[in-house]
Design a protein around this ligand. Structure first.
Ligand code: IMP
Ligand code: MG
Length: 181
């Protein structure tokens, strides 16, 4: 890790909680299905997905939950450009209505890779939900169907988002400031 500190809580725990509640209602309004699968992209989505899914009961929705581990970053803060499957899901997606859950949409490569993969595996529909949408030039054409918040093109951590696999535990989202060596 490069020398850095955390600055600027961009989204507080309360603000995230309120937005997650709204997202649950948004997603539920779009899904009326027996064959719903929430597919989290690890590791960044684990907290977000856990918060989202606990709101589904109030809509009488009982989705299957599954995960896939994709990697494009390594120990760097710049995407490598190649998405790899580190651990695959064995969920049967034939005919499923899939909602992909991820922490952040940046270049778009990860989400596009996942969407194409699940469609190829027979999903009826694939929708996408991200906590953050980074306002940056996408490397590929990709927008999410459900977005928690938009964020400027800065590096952020917390609420599942990491810097070199640290800071995922923060209950808020903060900006990382890189300092001179
Ligand atoms: P994309 O493939 O470039 O859209 O990147 C998506 C993945 O990059 C996310 O799932 C995150 O794991 C990671 N990522 C992108 N921006 C950030 C950030 O600001 N902080 C932490 N992880 C990020
Ligand atoms: Mg990540």
């Amino acid at each position: 890790m490069k020398p850095h500190h955390l600055n600027n809580v961009l989204f507080s725990r309360d603000k995230i909680g309120q937005r997650v509640d709204e997202l649950i209602d948004e997603i539920a309004a779009d899904c009326d299905t027996e064959n719903l699968v929430l597919l989290g992209i690890l590791r960044g989505s684990f907290i977000f997905l856990a918060d989202l899914v606990r709101g589904f009961e109030r809509h009488k929705l009982h989705p299957r939950i599954d995960f896939i581990t994709l990697s494009s970053y390594g120990a760097n803060t710049m995407s490598s450009g190649v998405v790899k499957i580190m651990h695959d899901t064995d969920a049967d997606l034939e005919g499923a209505e899939v909602v992909i859950v991820d922490d952040i949409l940046d270049s778009g490569r990860t989400l596009k890779f996942a969407r194409d993969l699940f469609l190829e595996r027979g999903a009826d529909s694939v929708r996408t939900c991200v906590m953050l949408d980074k306002k940056t030039d996408r490397a590929v054409e990709m927008e999410a169907d459900h977005v928690g918040f938009e964020v400027d093109d800065v590096f952020v951590v917390g609420y599942g988002l990491d810097y070199d696999n640290h800071y995922r535990e923060l209950p808020y989202i903060a900006e990382v400031i890189f300092t001179e060596e």
